[in-house]
Design a protein around this ligand. Structure first.
Ligand code: FAD
Length: 281
């Protein structure tokens, strides 16, 4: 089966009009990905994060006629908030969701109605049956809060059994982590498709921040690139694209179910990578 190819973007900052994303979407939708997923801040209903996410996801559907996937991090949501988001999504014709727990937001006490993503997934299935296609997150190197890899993938199994149709991985820079992870979860009976999350690195600061947040390990050959080209923005971008392409070619050769590109709203990078991916199809 042909591997899926998707992008992940984030909505404009809250002091910017949502329409500023159109320029990015003009470029990304031209590349014809299988879907574009839209991130959402975990601040809960007191922030307007889900409204902005929905506006961007709806634009992908309505203005560009492409498939969008709405991220829902539920750590600061209650049942009423989630029901409201689901009905807004339905109204706008968005029927694919990435169901997430989300991370604690400084200064916001978690509502604890959905302590884990599995609780959100069960709730969505209970309320809407099969109306939505549900994706969930997974972590080839283990989740940062988890000290036990086996426990982490057992929780993943429970999450998938609650009604997940597909998984998208956290970013990683060493494909061997991904292959080991796939072997382990397949042995556990997790059979849904898994898209590999790949982030082409274009800025040194960005990667240092991401690695801090998500705990991805940096292979020596990747660190060498950062050391050598970290202070030269153009060179680092080129090296980042080539590194990501090497990962992708290897993943495709291994028969990966899909590639989910964390494009960080960078159309140029998405285009460079798409050109190669298309030529391999
Ligand atoms: P869970 O599946 O709940 O897992 C979190 C931790 O709890 C893990 O350590 C797991 O082992 C453990 N656990 C799971 N179930 C149980 C259980 N039943 N009992 C005890 N422990 C359990 N965050 C955002 O805020 N917005 C986004 O848009 C966003 N997009 C993302 C997209 C992708 C592809 C990925 C990989 C992550 C994204 N995140 C986003 C980050 C995500 O919210 C964090 O990684 C968060 O810490 C975990 O979310 P989760 O849904 O994987 O949680």
């Amino acid at each position: 089966m042909k591997a899926k190819f998707s992008f992940e973007i984030f909505p404009p900052k809250k002091d910017m009009p949502v329409e500023v994303i159109y320029k990015t979407l003009d470029g990304l939708t031209d590349l014809n990905p299988d879907f574009i997923s839209v991130t959402c801040g975990a601040g809960g209903s007191s922030s307007n994060a889900s409204e902005r996410m929905i506006e961007v996801a709806a634009a992908i559907k309505e203005k560009y006629q492409k498939k969008s996937v709405a991220h829902i991090p539920a750590i600061n949501l209650d049942k009423g908030d989630v029901e409201k988001i689901l009905s807004q999504l339905e109204l706008r014709g968005i029927d694919e969701i990435l169901a997430l727990r989300g991370d604690k937001v400084p200064g916001v006490e978690p509502k604890n109605i959905f302590p884990h993503a599995v609780d959100l997934i069960s709730f969505i299935r209970e309320k809407t049956d099969k109306k939505f296609k549900i994706y969930a997150a997974c972590y080839p190197e283990g989740h940062t809060e988890s000290t036990d890899f086996d426990a982490d993938i057992n929780f993943l199994k429970a999450k998938v059994d609650a009604g997940v149709d597909g998984l998208i991985t956290q970013l990683f820079f060493d494909n061997d982590h991904f292959y080991y992870f796939i072997e382990k979860i397949r042995a556990l009976g997790i059979n849904v498709p898994v898209e590999a999350g790949i982030m082409p690195v274009t800025k040194k600061k960005q990667i240092e921040r991401m690695v801090n947040i998500c705990g991805a390990s940096l292979p020596v050959k990747f660190r060498k690139i950062l050391d050598r080209y970290g202070d030269n923005a153009d060179a680092l971008q080129e090296a980042g694209i080539v590194y990501a392409l090497n990962q992708i070619v290897d993943l495709l050769a291994h028969g990966v179910d899909g590639i989910h590109l964390y494009v960080m709203n960078n159309v140029y990078v998405a285009r460079r990578i798409s050109e190669v991916v298309k030529s391999l199809a």
